[in-house]
Design a protein around this ligand. Structure first.
Ligand SMILES: [Zn+2]
Length: 353
């Protein structure tokens, strides 16, 4: 049993991440799945810092559907950490690799982890490291344990089968990859292995215990690595295979996205209040000369209206919202502001006609 822990203090607010199932449509009736609950909301500490994980569960909305009550989870969310763990799977695997792969002592592993967590003002106790090492060993024995678990089999029967997710987790040391095979619906680890090659034959051997379970496979989720695609097509030719590149892409885009966010913040801080003030003045002026009918005042009104449009444009650009991994609000705002600047320069050259 784990000891109840005190709430951790985080130096910076953990990055919030929302997860939804990779499966989008009901495999039984093809209706679009609908969100029905927040399955978990917790903080996971990874090697890249703490993440606030918000995991949404989806269901088939069709009450007539035989799979109406089946709950769909995000394979990517479950891949971040084992159930009940605050430290992420990447840390569990790092502990295992340092201890078994590089034969480091427990104290050395503890030192290494402390060093890695230091930038986030986080710490880990020696006992927690031991606990994570235990988890790593249990993980590699997962296949054997699951085969004899009758209660779990009943759950799978109830779900109508397995949705298998396969994750290759590569620690930043050595050239090994830990493959983790899970059932997305019950979150159980079906197989795990530390391999140095990702050839189709190796992947098939890794999946052999899952084949031996002899349970229906409703679908497979992976990052669509070529050898995986081949192995899955050979083992479960009838099962749909869905890729979840989105999460990998988002992972890759993280550093750019964070930079973009701070750039946008700096731009807003710099420009926002000035633009607001200018807009206020412009609308005030405009009100004042609203009733005027002299030709020169009419011209002034036109000019002020044009300037008010520019100011609105600037403010809109500062409020762009982005969506990782492809839409960067900072870059978009910068482009829009550059356009506005060029246009203003033209205006200055030509004057208002
Ligand atoms: Zn359905």
């Amino acid at each position: 049993m784990r000891q109840p822990k005190q709430a951790r203090q985080y130096a910076t607010a953990p990055l919030r991440r929302f997860f939804r199932p990779e499966v989008r449509v009901c495999p039984t009736c093809q209706r679009c799945l609908k969100r029905y609950a927040t399955l978990s909301q917790r903080t996971v500490i990874t090697l890249k810092g703490p993440i606030r994980l918000i995991h949404r569960g989806y269901r088939c909305p069709n009450t007539e559907c035989a799979s109406h009550l089946r709950s769909y989870r995000s394979a990517a969310a479950d891949a971040l950490a084992l159930p009940g763990f605050t430290f992420g799977l990447d840390i569990v695997i790092l502990v295992g690799q340092l201890r078994l792969g590089q034969h480091r002592t427990l104290d050395e592993v503890h030192q290494e982890l402390s060093r890695r967590l230091h930038p986030f003002a986080l710490s880990i106790s020696r006992r927690e490291v031991l606990y994570l090492f235990d988890a790593y060993c249990t993980l590699l024995r997962a296949g054997a344990a699951v085969a004899d678990d009758q209660e779990w089999r009943e759950q799978v029967q109830h779900n109508g089968g397995l949705i298998i997710s396969i994750d290759g987790i590569q620690p930043d040391i050595g050239n090994e990859t830990v493959y983790l095979v899970r059932d997305v619906l019950t979150t159980r680890v079906l197989a795990a292995a530390n391999v140095t090659s990702s050839e189709t034959a190796v992947i098939k051997a890794l999946l052999a215990p899952v084949v031996a379970l002899d349970l229906p496979v409703l679908g497979v989720i992976s990052d669509a690595q070529e050898s995986l695609v081949k192995a899955i097509a050979q083992l479960w030719p009838e099962s749909p295979h869905q890729t979840c590149q989105f999460h990998y892409l988002r992972e890759a885009a993280d550093p750019i996205y964070n930079l973009d966010r701070s750039t946008r913040k700096a731009m807003r801080k710099d420009i926002q209040s000035k633009v607001r003030e200018t807009r206020k003045q412009l609308s005030h002026h405009l009100e004042e000369i609203q009733e005027a009918c002299q030709p020169e005042q009419q011209q002034e009104r036109e000019q002020l209206t044009v300037l008010a449009d520019y100011a609105l444009g600037i403010q809109t650009a500062l409020n762009f919202e982005g969506v990782s991994p492809f839409v960067y609000p900072g870059i978009q705002a910068y482009d829009a502001l550059t356009e506005i600047e060029l246009s203003l320069q033209e205006l200055e050259k030509g004057g208002l006609q």
